[in-house]
Design a protein around this ligand. Structure first.
Ligand SMILES: Nc1ncnc2c1ncn2[C@@H]1O[C@H](COP(=O)(O)OP(=O)(O)O)[C@@H](O)[C@H]1O
Ligand SMILES: [Mg+2]
Length: 310
């Protein structure tokens, strides 16, 4: 694999392929001098002459350079080769949330809560700086070696000048807020909708709006009706369910904000949960709840979904 990644400084040795998304291929790599491990996101030029992937790359680095938060995967450096742009990122050794959920089926309420707190802290940090992520989904949430969530993939993110001033219909259908589907102008609230869906999946192990027909998914999103099957939800707290309903709320002006979500009765008492993360790498300490075999069969295979941008 050596040689696949071109760096002007020859600083990095590629180790293995760790991820593929809609725009990029991501390798684990080691810095030859410091031996520090990084994730290198390689964005191939779509059209060699025009370098049309420039926009995605420039957008992502401009946003990442301006932010610094413990729950956002940090940009270390970036460069451009003959066929690719490269982003050298902090390496999240635990992979992404979708892979982890596929392995484990769903999380205990306590564990979902600690991820939810970290995700919403990152979202609040971005929203305070008027950055809307626009593609929040489990594939774009990474897990570091301490088991902490890190927001990644700012390729579609946008810094807004005025509230609700976005119009581009983009994101990933089953995480997309209804106001994007309906061609309305939109803003930060779209990230809250997607975060609510991520929290729903972490707790239940199934997606509220996934359907083999995209039209059916669109209809379900527009109605925003959540099917809370008793066998999946009976053991969940009223506080968790209430927050999810406040996040997956069809009317964006009535949707809870990131800051309010962190003060909600479910996430409000946050500090104790962060302290528990140190044992992540010991699998015997990681989960307090056994995942039932029934949950392990849940069909996440269809969920690694493509970004739509029109
Ligand atoms: N810093 C990282 N550490 C570990 N894995 C990563 C990292 N960045 C990305 N990945 C993996 O690579 C996948 C694709 O990366 P992403 O930035 O989402 O690219 P795309 O823009 O193509 O969706 C992610 O879903 C994740 O599995
Ligand atoms: Mg992605």
């Amino acid at each position: 694999m050596t040689g696949l990644i071109y760096a002007p400084t020859n600083d990095y040795r590629p180790l293995k392929l760790i991820g593929e998304g809609g725009t990029a291929t991501v390798y684990a790599a080691e810095n030859n001098i410091t031996k520090q491990k990084y994730a290198i996101k390689c964005i191939k030029f779509r059209n060699k002459s025009e370098k049309s992937s420039d926009k995605v790359f420039q957008n992502e680095i401009n946003i990442l350079k301006s932010i610094d938060h413990p729950n956002v995967a940090a940009l270390h450096e970036y460069f451009t080769g003959p066929q690719h742009h490269f982003l050298v990122m902090e390496f999240a050794e635990g992979g992404d949330l979708l892979d982890d959920l596929q392995k484990r089926g769903r999380y205990s309420e306590e564990h979902a809560k600690s991820f939810a707190i970290e995700i919403m802290r990152a979202v609040r940090y971005c929203h305070d700086r008027n950055i809307v992520h626009r593609d929040l989904k489990p594939e774009n949430i990474l897990i570091d070696k301490f088991g902490c969530a890190k927001l990644a993939d700012f390729g579609l993110s946008k810094r807004i000048q005025k509230p609700n001033s976005l119009t581009t219909r983009c994101g990933t259908l089953i995480y997309m807020a209804p106001e994007i589907l309906d061609h309305d102008t939109y803003g930060k609230a779209v990230d809250i909708w997607s975060s609510g869906i991520i929290i729903f999946i972490m707790l239940a192990g199934y997606h509220p709006f996934a359907h083999e027909s995209q039209d059916a998914s669109r209809e379900m999103i527009r109605k925003g009706k959540l099917c809370l099957y008793p066998s999946y939800w009976d053991d969940k707290s009223a506080e968790a369910i209430s927050l999810i309903k406040d996040m997956i709320c069809v009317c964006p002006s009535q949707r809870i904000t990131a800051n309010e979500s962190l003060k909600s009765s479910w996430l409000g008492s946050s500090d104790q949960f962060v302290a528990k993360k140190v044992n992540f790498l010991n699998p015997f300490n990681y989960f307090s709840v056994k995942v039932s075999m029934e949950m392990k069969k849940e069909p996440f295979q269809q969920l690694r979904s493509r970004v739509i941008c029109v």
